[in-house]
Design a protein around this ligand. Structure first.
Ligand code: NAI
Ligand code: PYR
Ligand code: MG
Length: 477
């Protein structure tokens, strides 16, 4: 039997019943006794001896699921073949596919899309390489590249296991911004090999979105690729996260009546996301910022093997606070978690300053659940889709790449990131802003448009745009 990790509120049990030993009523009764509610029955196959059925059973939690399976397993003449849930079913065969823009119905079509006519297109591009933008998928296509080394908060789970996240990112690019994205997971975690591989595949793409590559390798990979390629390379976990975090914090501070300059901000997890979130806040004016990792607060009097941490410590923690996360959190106005789930309790949050802001952004399990602290904070946010105030890079990466592709930006620079953050924050008006609404929903279709306009403007102002799109997406060049 394949037993999978179950979530969602219904499961599908595929079972084989020996028809001479047991009847379906006994199975239904066992499920009902265990608290399950059968909402659909499908007969998959049947013969004189056995029947295979799929039973869809509504459940309330994973404990109940276990009880149901245990009850069914006890029945004589029943074998459970598989238990699945809606999430697993949705992933069967992957989540995306390639479709053609034009059908091939006859020999003439065939000659055009393929040989011999396609050769004229190839020759045109060979003579003028920039035509790859107009005559291939390059202008609307990016690669989402991971090495599987820091997948969500799951850690180094490898390239195959990273694929569902990268497919998901590709879906989000398409749905929210019309960008075609290829998930590419590499069988190497060697910095030089990753750089070489991405450079080698780059001709097909108008941009590279690096995803879930662990720190500190991610910093060098992104920096080198941005120098060596003429298309934008953007590490989403760094900059996508930082942009959305800053946008959310602008609104949360307003609500709590605090300022960035005066707030004591503790960031936990000084990896890819933590370093970039810190950088954007420092450049926006934060002064009292303290970074904390596994060993406690980063402080400039210490010596770190990781050069990124050394430089980080030089620029932060002006009062040289030392100690564990729980120690430095005392009196803090803002907590930003981009580390690991379940690091904090309600008691820890009670030691923070009055009206604290808690952004617990580790995925899939946040540093603390908002439900535990709802009544004692000014604002709580997570990276999850199932709570209000989702601070997640999904609000940024579709729109920022839409803009970068449309204006054919050579890079995504700091000005473009700040423009994206301001566009997101200003999507919520003063009247609309509440404790549960500091950041727009990803389903708010004005957000991508606002990001696109602001980011294109910033790209033009900073001289990195190589094309000048009109507002309605047409171009003048
Ligand atoms: N909400 C969002 O949009 C995003 C959330 N994240 C989440 O943030 C977390 C970190 O992601 P990355 O920065 O990409 O990974 P990373 O691997 O680059 O950095 C994680 C850092 O957290 C530190 N850490 C781990 N356990 C810790 C502990 N108990 N106490 C203090 N520090 C600890 C690690 O030492 C490391 O420096 C993940 O859970 C990820 O899902 C990351 C990107 C976006
Ligand atoms: C959201 C995201 O990119 C992450 O958790 O890694
Ligand atoms: Mg990520």
């Amino acid at each position: 039997m394949i037993q999978r990790n179950l979530d969602g509120n219904s499961i599908i049990i595929r079972l084989e019943m020996k028809t001479k030993t047991i009847n379906f009523g006994e199975v239904a009764s066992a499920i009902s006794t265990a608290g399950g509610d059968i909402v659909a029955i499908d007969v998959i196959s049947t013969n004189q001896d056995v029947t295979v059925r799929d039973l869809t059973v509504a459940i309330t939690d994973s404990e109940q699921n276990k009880r149901i399976i245990d009850q069914v397993r006890k029945l004589d003449g029943v074998t459970i073949i598989n238990v699945s849930d809606r999430t697993f079913l949705l992933h069967l065969g992957g989540k995306i596919e390639i479709t053609s823009k034009t059908p091939i119905n006859n020999r003439e079509d065939l000659s055009r899309v393929y040989t011999p006519d396609v050769a004229r297109i190839c020759t045109a591009i060979a003579e003028e390489p920039h035509k790859a933008y107009s005559l291939t998928i390059k202008r609307n296509t990016i690669a989402v590249v991971s090495d599987g080394s820091a997948v969500l908060g799951l850690g180094n789970i490898g390239p195959e296991a990273a694929m569902p996240v990268m497919e998901g990112k590709a879906m989000l690019f398409k749905q929210f911004a019309g960008v075609d994205a290829f998930p590419i997971c590499l069988q190497t975690q060697d910095t030089e090999e990753i750089i070489r591989t991405i450079k080698a595949i780059s001709p097909a793409f108008g941009g590279i979105n690096l995803e879930d590559i662990s720190s500190p390798r991610c910093f060098e990979i992104e920096e080198r690729l941005n120098k060596e390629l003429d298309i934008p390379v953007f590490h989403d976990d760094q900059h996508g996260t930082a942009v959305v975090l800053y946008a959310g914090l602008i609104n949360a501070l307003k609500l709590a009546g605090k300022t960035l300059e005066n707030s004591k901000i503790v960031i936990c997890g000084i990896g890819a996301a933590g370093v970039a979130c810190s950088n954007i806040l420092l450049s926006a004016g934060a002064k009292r910022l303290i970074g904390v990792d596994r060993e406690g607060a980063l402080v400039r009097t210490a010596v770190y093997d990781n050069p990124v941490w050394q430089s980080y410590a030089e620029r932060t923690n002006p009062e040289l606070e030392e100690g564990t996360l729980h120690e430095v959190l005392k009196g803090a106005d803002v907590f930003i978690g981009v580390s690991k789930g379940n690091l904090l309790t309600r008691e820890h949050i009670l030691t923070m300053a009055k009206d604290p802001i808690v952004f617990a952004m580790a995925n899939p399990v946040p540093e603390i659940m908002p439900s535990v602290i709802e009544d004692i904070v000014a604002v709580a946010a997570t990276g999850r889709s199932d709570y209000p105030n989702q601070i997640n890079n999904v609000l940024c990466f579709p729109g920022i790449f839409r803009a970068a592709l449309d204006c054919r930006a050579s890079v995504i620079n700091e000005e473009m990131k700040l423009a994206a953050a301001t566009a997101i924050a200003s999507s919520i008006s003063d009247e609309e802003r509440t404790k549960h609404y500091i950041i727009p929903s990803v389903f708010n279709d004005r957000v991508v448009k606002r990001i696109r306009e602001s980011v294109i403007e910033a790209a033009i102002q900073t001289g990195v745009a190589r094309r000048f799109p009109r507002k309605n997406n047409e171009t003048t060049s």
